[in-house]
Design a binder for this molecule. Structure first.
Ligand code: AGP
Length: 608
């Protein structure tokens, strides 16, 4: 999820571009760059790190131009390095381009371009686009862009300039947001309105398959086949601060609601069209190695450790592989047993958690293969692992992890399917499982319809001192996760437990003041969990149940029911966690807590 700003108009471009991109830094901040047309050349300046690094490079440069593009990167393909930073240019240094999105067929396109003599310098998917535009350019930039985009599969929001047409800026959109700002003798292009709202509130939202040609006095919008399209000019109602959160009060709520999209992004480009093969770029040359693995140890912390427990159930149920899940902080100090065919799976959103990083170093010292599941490309854990899977979930700003957790589950599911395929265990069931996985994002979307009811339940229990979360099987780690969410943002003490374990002591806690959240979806242990609910009710506990749609039985037994769609057991956690994320969010807001930056916590625990 990168940030893009383009400008063409009566004013100097650089200050507008830099001020705008700084407002998008929350979208991605591992590298950045700017390109303008000045003194008859394309000037392209880049820097690794925060945008302040780019500002140093721009000092005294690029001050004269009235046209330019700028980009802040959230790496998906290729580490955050100078050569991977955008803008990317063609062989002749006459075209500059910035991109937000993921090109699925870039490997094939890169090979085709190189066969035709193009020199590509970066590891990014983006670079193939600017070289295709170059190969189609015959004096008209928008025509070249249209032809190039017909070769591209994937998601893009693009802004492009050409040295030979300095009075023109072309932008195109498919799958990634792109907005045109309309000023007085000036136009803006951006991936996020917060970048331009101080200059204009009059905008046009491009739709998929649309392309726009801007000059300082005109805007022409067409489809990919150059058919003119008329677009409605809208006025933005938000202020700058609201806009970065897309109108949500907190980043956490925005990230909860982003999950249908981020789940799709995690899956994007990772299946063949007939759902028969899972393609994981980060594992493609590791098949022999992975086939030799006969045991896995998952190391992680916090929410990622909960995802690891779900991964354990998946790998054991669907792959028949013995798996242990360890707190990274424990694993690193207990001289763990690592055999020749042991794989360590390190799960970390930030890729910088000190204990998890230390755990993989200890595992590598003992000769283990390390596979990382991370959200941040170029992070320490990603770089020090032998192979891995990136979440592609975009930056997670809220300290409480939400979208990363559900994307971790998808990534573990993809890994399990991949291991089944390369070990010859795949059957017709696998295509069915992939189909079920592809249904999940819209199922998550449907759960948001319960938000009003979740808020009402939150209001009833927001002053509780303690809350229990209980689940069985795949829903036991969800009980742990729901309790952690509540603890870390509302400061209410909460505990997650295997439902059957209550009888071995903790049920002594239960009385009429003890709300208990049961994740009680229809699975193999459903009848057992109904008995557990009866045990709690018999002691006066108030029960909130997360249940499967259509389950009218459970509603007779409990105070509140929140329904979720049914799916296969291994994917149920993605759905059953959503109401728990919202429950914790609303209680925290009602208690006046700082939801995005809870007390005592950091987004990435880079100390022991
Ligand atoms: C989760 O909401 C917390 N922010 C915390 O438990 C977090 O999951 C843990 O610190 C691990 O972080 P990582 O995934 O970046 O390694």
């Amino acid at each position: 999820m990168c940030g893009i700003v383009g400008y063409i108009g009566k004013n100097k471009a650089k200050s507008i571009l830099v001020a705008g991109i700084k407002k998008l830094e929350y979208r991605g901040y591992d590298s950045s760059g700017l390109a303008v047309i000045e003194d008859g050349v394309i000037l392209c300046k880049k820097a690794v790190g925060r945008i302040s690094e780019l500002e140093k490079v721009l000092d005294g440069n690029c001050d004269e131009s009235n046209i330019g593009i700028i980009h802040t990167r959230w790496a998906t393909h290729g580490a955050p390095t100078y050569k991977n930073a955008h803008p990317h240019v063609d062989c002749a240094n006459k075209i500059a381009l910035v991109h937000n999105g993921i090109i699925e067929n870039y490997n094939y396109l890169k090979t085709k371009l190189q066969k035709n003599g193009h020199i590509l310098k970066s590891e990014t998917d983006t670079e193939v686009i600017v070289h295709f535009i170059e190969s189609y350019y015959e004096g008209n930039l928008e025509d070249a862009v249209r032809n190039a985009l017909k070769e591209i599969e994937g998601a893009y929001g693009l802004a492009i300039i050409h040295l030979d047409e300095p009075e023109k800026l072309v932008a195109a959109r498919h799958g990634s947001p792109l907005i045109i700002g309309i000023g007085n003798e000036e136009y803006f292009v951006t991936s996020d309105v917060s970048a331009i709202i101080e200059y204009t509130k009059n905008v046009v939202y491009l739709d998929d398959g649309e392309l726009v040609v801007l000059t300082k006095d005109s805007m022409k919008t067409t489809d990919i086949d150059s058919l003119p399209i008329s677009k409605r000019i809208e006025e933005i109602q938000w202020d700058v601060n609201q806009v970065q959160k897309s109108g949500y009060e907190h980043f956490m709520l925005k990230e909860i609601y982003e999950q249908p999209q981020t789940l799709r992004d995690t899956m994007l480009g990772r299946f063949t069209t007939d759902n028969s093969v899972v393609r994981l770029g980060g594992l493609q040359d590791k098949c022999e190695l992975l086939r030799s693995i006969n045991r896995s140890v998952i190391v992680a912390c916090g929410t990622s450790w909960h995802a690891g427990l779900i991964g354990e159930y998946m790998l054991e149920e669907l792959m028949g592989m013995p798996v242990e899940v360890e707190y990274a902080s424990e694993f690193r100090y207990r001289d763990p047993i690592i055999e020749k065919n042991t794989m360590i799976i390190a799960i970390s959103q930030s890729g910088e958690t000190a204990d998890t990083l230390a755990a993989i170093r200890e595992a590598k010292r003992k000769g283990a293969v390390v596979l990382a599941i991370c959200n941040v490309v170029g992070s320490s854990i990603a770089r020090e692992s032998d192979c891995g899977i990136f979440l592609h979930a975009g930056p997670e700003i809220g300290v409480a992890s939400t979208k990363a957790f559900t994307s971790q589950i998808v990534s573990l599911f993809l890994l399990t399917m991949h291991l089944r395929q390369i070990s010859g265990k795949a059957t017709d069931l696998d295509k069915e499982l992939v189909k079920k996985l592809k249904e999940v994002p819209s199922q998550v979307q449907s759960i948001f319809n319960n938000d009003k009811k979740i808020k009402e339940i939150s209001r009833i229990y927001k002053d509780s001192s303690n809350i229990l979360y209980l689940g069985r099987g795949y829903n036991y780690p969800v009980a742990l996760e729901g309790a952690l969410k509540l603890k870390e943002i509302s400061y209410i003490h909460a505990e997650g437990y295997p439902a059957a374990e209550m009888k071995h002591g903790p049920i002594a806690l239960v009385d009429k003041n003890m709300p208990v959240v049961f994740i009680a979806t229809k699975d193999a242990t459903y009848s057992k969990i109904l008995s557990n609910i009866e045990e709690i009710r018999a002691r006066g506990g108030k029960v909130i149940a997360i249940a499967s749609e259509g389950d009218s039985e459970i509603s007779k037994m409990v105070e509140h029911v929140l329904y979720i769609p049914e799916t296969v057991d291994a994917l149920t956690p993605i759905l059953s966690v959503i109401p728990l994320q919202l429950l914790s969010y609303h209680m925290a807001v009602m208690r006046g807590c700082d939801v995005d930056k809870p007390r005592n916590l950091a987004k990435s625990v880079t100390v022991e």
